[in-house]
Design a protein around this ligand. Structure first.
Ligand SMILES: [Zn+2]
Length: 255
């Protein structure tokens, strides 16, 4: 296999000797594992191209029935310094890459791979440019839930379909009307909270400016969306706890 392949590095870990093991999302092969030999040697020129959250172009030896491949040459396509220097952006990137890692696989259906590649590429670029991590993260999570059939119902009560919003219930899968919320013993949400959650679930990253203008903080929305992943996808996002803790210590806008 001599063709050049592009990929976004989702994570990196140390491997035998001075090598690293990379998890990389590609359009052609889905999510694959690659070994970059000698990458931890002080003389390695590839360190930057192998960093998580970086988009790279590389050659590798593809063999059917193998699960780990050897990387041969690599060069950087997109590298965002901010994703390593700004803690907020760094932890958000880790969360986005964890979601992608969990919901993609090798040789997967093309449509899922393309969806994640385009969304993650754009989200990392925006975080790299210093866009607000709460907005980018919330829209990313909402888009992924929607694409995977787990999206919150935000047009009517999820239980009785009455076009009324009074509360949000991740357990039930979306908005609840007053009657259903009271029966379920779920607390009411303010009109602002309901509108904001709906807006995020209807938006794409191209709506960033509108969202940044209207939303003061999307931390609660992210909390709710993460619960949808847990409850409806059985997906436990470990990097979320760190991101959340950092945002409590250092809220958006205060820096
Ligand atoms: Zn109802």
């Amino acid at each position: 296999m001599n063709d050049k392949v592009r990929g976004i590095i989702l994570k990196q870990s140390d491997y035998r000797d001075s090598s690293v093991l990379l998890t990389v999302l590609t359009r052609e092969y889905g999510r694959i594992s690659l070994i970059a030999q000698g990458a931890r040697k002080p003389t390695s020129k590839n360190a930057r191209s192998l960093m998580p959250y970086t988009e790279t172009e590389f050659n590798f030896d593809y063999k059917e029935n193998k699960t780990i491949f050897r990387m041969r040459s690599v060069s950087t396509i997109a590298f965002y310094r901010r994703l390593y220097e700004d803690l907020d952006a760094s932890l958000a990137s880790a969360l986005l890459c964890e979601v992608t890692d969990q919901l993609t696989a090798e040789d997967q259906d093309h449509q899922q791979t393309e969806f994640f590649y385009d969304l993650l590429q754009e989200a990392l670029k925006m975080l790299g440019e210093g866009k607000r991590t709460d907005i980018v993260t919330a829209v990313f999570l909402a888009n992924v839930l929607e694409h995977n059939g787990m999206g919150p119902a935000v047009d009517a009560c999820v239980l009785c379909e009455k076009p009324e919003a009074y509360s949000i219930s991740p357990e039930d899968g979306g908005f609840l009307c007053r009657d259903c919320a009271e029966k379920a013993g779920v607390r009411p949400y303010s009109i602002q909270e309901l509108r904001q959650f709906r807006l995020i679930n209807k938006a794409s990253l191209t709506h960033y400016d509108i969202l940044a203008d209207r939303i003061e903080d999307a931390g609660e929305d992210i909390e709710l969306l993460v619960r949808f992943f847990t409850l409806h996808g059985g997906i436990d996002l470990r990097s979320y706890e760190l991101y959340k803790r950092m945002r409590i210590v250092e809220p958006q806008g205060v820096k």
